[in-house]
Design a protein around this ligand. Structure first.
Ligand code: ADP
Ligand code: MG
Length: 460
C-alpha cells in the first residue's frame, strides 16, 4: 500500500502557482487568436501544473485533448510562451487520466465576459474582421461600423435587435474594439443589462450609487447588451434612462441590443421615444445559405482545419437557426474528426450531427412551395402555374420570397420553379413581400410563422 501511495504521490506531483499563472497568461494571449468555441472546448479546461527542466507541464483532461491541442494550437501556444516569458520554454501536455478515452464534446459554455486587462470588458476576438457580412446582417454591420468610426456623430442611440445567436453581441463588441483601435483614449464600456442589474444592486447595498452613476456618466461610449432584460425591472429602467439621458446630452454614444425591437419593450420605447428619432434601429436576421457557408469557412480557418466545400454546404444547408448553432456543429465535427484522425467528410459530418439534426434532409424547394400553398389555401399546382386571384398571386410572391431567404436560390432558379418566370418578376415579388413585411405587422407575423414551420427540421 505504501508503494502505491508514494507512486501516486510522485505521479500527481505538486501544483506550482507559477506554472498556473504563466499558463493563464499564455491562454489570455491565445484566446483572441483562435475561435471562441475552439478555445472554450480545448484550451479552457487546461491548467498549468509545473515548470520542470525548462518545460511547462500542462494538465489536460485526457490524451485526446493532448493530441488535439498539439495538432491545432501548438503554434499559438509557442508564440504566446515566448511572448509572455521572453524565452524559449518547451511545453508538454499531460493527460489527467491517461486511461481515459474521455467525454469529448462539451456543451457550449455559458456567456462569460472575458474581461480585458484595460477593464473595458471587450473580447479582443469579436471584431469586424471576424464578422462575416451577408444579406442578413449587412445593414446592421454597416451601421455598427459607422458608429465605431464616429461615435456620437451618426446614429445615437444605435439599437440592434434580432434572435438568439445571430451576432448582436459580436457586433457591439466589434464597435467597442474598433472605436478603441481608432481612438485608444476613448472611454468605452460594455456590459449586459443583467450584469448592470447586479452591479446596481451591489451599489445600493454598499451605498455607492453616486460612484455607480459617475462611472457610467463619464463614458464616451456605452454598449448595453440585451436590454430586453429591463422588462418589468422598474428600478433598473430608471437608472438606465438616467444614464442614457446624461450620456446622450453629453454627445456620448450609446448602443443597445435586444432580442426584440424597441416597440416591443413598451416602457423603454415610451421613455426613449423622443431620442430614438435621432438614432437608428437595425435588425440582424438568420443568415442565408451563402453567409452560413462563409461563417463555417471562417471558423475552419481560425481552427486551422481543412473544410471541404461539400461539407460546408452539408452543414450550412441543415443548420439554419443561428450562428451559434453553426459554431456548435462545427466543434462537434472537429472533435469527432480528431478522435481517430479521420478527415472531415460529409459522412463524418452526418455522424457528428446526427443527434442534433431532427431531420436528415435539408429543406427543399418543394417543401417551401407546399407550405405556402397550404398557408394560403391554394394547391401546389396552382401556385406553380400561377393564376389571377389576389390570394394566389400573394401566395406565389411569398413562396418566391421564402425560397430566396431560406434557400438563397438565385432569381433565375426561383423563376424556373414557377413556370419559367423571368427574373424581374421574381425580383418584384421579393421586393413586394419585403415591403409588406415592414408595413404590415400581421403579415410579418404570418411570414415568420411560415418560415419557422419550414425550418421545422432544424437544430434544436
Ligand atoms: P447574439 O448576441 O445575437 O445572441 P452572438 O453575437 O453571441 O449572438 O453570436 C453567437 C456566436 O456566433 C458568437 O461566437 C459570434 O462570434 C458568432 N457569430 C455571429 N454572427 C457572426 C458572423 N456574422 N460572422 C462570424 N461569427 C459570427
Ligand atoms: Mg448576445
Amino acid at each position: 500500500m505504501g508503494v502505491a501511495d508514494s507512486e501516486l504521490h510522485s505521479h500527481v506531483g505538486q501544483e506550482s502557482p507559477d506554472a498556473g499563472r504563466l499558463w493563464t497568461d499564455v491562454l489570455d494571449y491565445v484566446r483572441p487568436r483562435v475561435s471562441r468555441e475552439g478555445f472554450e472546448t480545448w484550451l479552457a479546461p487546461t491548467r498549468g501544473r509545473a515548470i520542470r527542466d525548462g518545460t511547462l507541464e500542462v494538465d489536460v483532461p485526457n490524451s485526446f485533448f493532448a493530441d488535439w491541442i498539439s495538432q491545432r494550437y501548438l503554434a499559438e501556444v509557442r508564440a504566446a510562451l515566448s511572448e509572455v516569458t521572453g524565452q524559449e520554454l518547451a511545453v508538454s501536455f499531460r493527460p489527467r487520466d491517461s486511461a481515459d478515452s474521455g467525454v469529448l464534446i462539451r456543451r457550449a459554455p455559458a456567456r462569460r465576459p472575458g474581461i480585458r486587462a484595460n477593464g473595458y470588458r471587450l473580447q479582443a476576438h469579436l471584431t469586424f474582421e471576424n464578422f462575416v457580412v451577408g444579406e442578413s446582417n449587412r445593414f446592421a454591420a454597416a451601421a455598427a461600423r459607422c458608429v465605431a468610426e464616429r461615435p456620437g456623430a451618426n446614429y445615437n442611440p444605435l439599437f440592434i435587435y434580432g434572435g438568439v445567436g445571430l451576432g448582436k453581441t459580436h457586433l457591439v463588441q466589434a464597435i467597442g474594439n474598433q472605436a478603441l483601435r481608432l481612438k485608444p483614449a476613448l472611454k468605452v464600456y460594455y456590459t449586459a443589462a443583467d450584469d448592470l442589474f447586479v452591479e446596481l444592486i451591489q451599489a445600493i447595498e454598499k451605498n455607492a450609487r453616486i460612484e455607480f452613476k459617475n462611472k457610467y456618466r463619464s463614458l464616451d461610449m456605452l454598449l448595453l447588451d440585451d436590454v430586453h432584460y429591463l422588462i418589468g425591472k422598474e428600478r433598473l429602467q430608471e437608472e438606465v434612462f438616467y444614464i442614457f439621458n446624461s450620456l446622450h446630452d453629453a454627445g456620448s454614444q450609446v448602443v443597445f441590443t435586444s432580442d426584440r425591437p424597441p416597440q416591443d419593450i413598451p416602457t423603454l420605447e415610451g421613455r426613449l421615444a423622443s431620442r430614438l428619432g435621432s438614432g437608428l434601429v437595425v435588425d440582424v436576421q438568420q443568415p442565408e445559405l451563402e453567409t452560413r457557408i462563409a461563417i463555417l469557412r471562417q471558423k475552419a480557418v481560425m481552427d486551422h482545419a481543412d473544410l471541404p466545400d461539400e461539407v460546408a454546404y452539408f452543414i450550412a444547408a441543415r443548420v439554419r437557426t443561428s450562428v451559434r448553432a453553426l459554431e456548435g456543429s462545427w466543434v462537434r465535427l472537429l472533435a469527432l474528426a480528431s478522435l481517430d484522425g479521420r478527415p472531415i467528410t460529409v459522412q463524418l459530418a452526418q455522424e457528428a450531427l446526427k443527434d442534433i439534426l431532427r431531420e436528415d434532409e435539408p429543406v427543399d424547394h418543394n417543401r417551401i412551395i407546399k407550405a405556402c400553398a397550404d398557408s394560403y389555401c391554394v394547391s401546389t399546382t396552382e401556385i406553380v402555374r400561377g393564376g389571377r386571384t389576389k390570394q394566389l398571386a400573394l401566395a406565389r410572391q411569398v413562396a418566391m420570397y421564402l425560397l430566396r431567404t431560406t434557400l438563397s436560390l438565385s432569381l433565375k432558379e426561383i423563376g424556373a420553379l414557377f413556370n419559367n418566370k423571368d427574373h424581374t418578376t421574381v425580383l418584384h415579388a421579393i421586393k413586394k413581400v419585403g415591403e409588406l413585411r415592414i408595413a404590415d405587422p400581421a403579415f410579418a407575423a404570418r411570414l415568420e410563422k411560415l418560415a419557422k414551420g419550414i425550418n421545422g427540421g432544424e437544430v434544436r
